[in-house]
Design a protein around this ligand. Structure first.
Ligand code: C5P
Length: 290
């Protein structure tokens, strides 16, 4: 049995942090969007002792439990009770890693969707999202995809109207930023400026891409230190090339710009591609329906 599942990257149209919870996690309010940049996840299962093997075109990607794709397969077999199969997961990575683009999370989500289909296990979207929650805060969104409002720790999801047609330029500088470290720098009471989440939702409702573009905002950008200048430089190059908006995604370090079409995105790409890893992508709608 074999299946190919696409693992779409995500961008944060907005990212707000409302408070800190007792367990150290944070209460989030985010508008998330799937984009056409993504990894290919090929899954093959054959009769065997229940082992999981991970292979990738990138050497340093872990092939054991540290990989969300591995944990996803383990969790799927645990919950479904299906046994007696070896699973071979081959990941062709295109999404830059440690970038805030949900690369690892989307691979894990693709494994959940793929195994559910391959074994006709019949888990509903809600059930898969519940399983995904245990694997990481972004994994439930990556299972569902589309344009979504994420609340709670980022796992409580509601569908939003789709992001209107546009081109997205993703630009990953050579450095990465540690997610737990950036969270530890946030003091929720001191956040001065927050995204206009309702304004974004209204703009989506009107199909107004300019209204969305001008409201892109990520509160993590305010606590950047040595990385700040580079992030600002990338954003400013995007704006010079007529971006409708530009913003860091998640805990970075990737920055994305929204453009009215491929041509303007390509102009910015030409200027940024030397030093940074650049990809042009497009919005992707809901991947898995209820
Ligand atoms: O859930 P996930 O494993 O992706 O989270 C990685 C890290 O991000 C956590 O260890 C935590 O430091 C931080 N985090 C948080 N609040 C959230 C989500 C993640 O503090 N809502």
């Amino acid at each position: 049995m074999e299946i190919l599942e696409k693992a779409y990257a995500k961008i944060n149209i907005s990212l707000d942090i409302l408070g800190e919870m007792d367990n150290g996690y944070h209460e989030m309010l985010m508008v998330m969007q799937s984009i056409s940049l993504g990894d290919d996840v090929k899954i093959r299962a054959e009769k065997g002792a229940g082992k999981i093997y991970i292979k990738s075109n990138i050497g340093y990607i872990p092939s054991d439990r540290r990989n969300i794709a591995y944990k996803a397969a383990e969790a799927f077999f645990g919950l479904s009770g299906i046994s007696g199969y070896d699973t071979y997961i081959d990941i062709f990575k295109r999404t830059p890693v440690c970038a805030g683009l949900g690369g690892g999370s989307s691979d894990g989500a693709a494994v959940l969707r793929g195994l559910n289909k391959m074994f006709s296990a019949g888990f509903s979207l809600k059930e898969l999202e519940k399983l995904a929650e245990k694997l990481g805060s972004d994994v439930p969104f990556c299972v569902r995809g589309g344009t979504v409002l994420a609340e709670g720790t980022g796992t409580s999801l509601s569908d939003l109207p789709p992001l209107p047609e546009c081109a997205v330029l993703v630009c990953k500088p050579s450095f990465s930023i540690s997610t737990p470290e950036l969270f530890s720098k946030i003091d929720c009471k001191k956040i001065k400026c927050r995204p206009d989440t309702n304004g974004i939702i209204d703009s989506l409702g009107r199909g107004d891409i300019r209204g969305v573009g001008m409201r892109l905002y990520n509160v993590f950008e305010d606590v950047l230190e040595r990385e700040k200048d580079k992030i600002e430089e990338i954003k400013s190059t995007m704006y010079d090339c007529s971006a409708l908006g530009a913003c860091m995604t998640g805990t970075g370090s990737a920055v994305f710009g929204i453009f009215d079409g491929r041509e303007t995105a390509e102009q910015a790409e030409k200027l940024l591609a030397g030093e940074n890893m650049c990809h042009i992508a497009f919005p992707v709608g809901k991947i898995l329906a209820d």
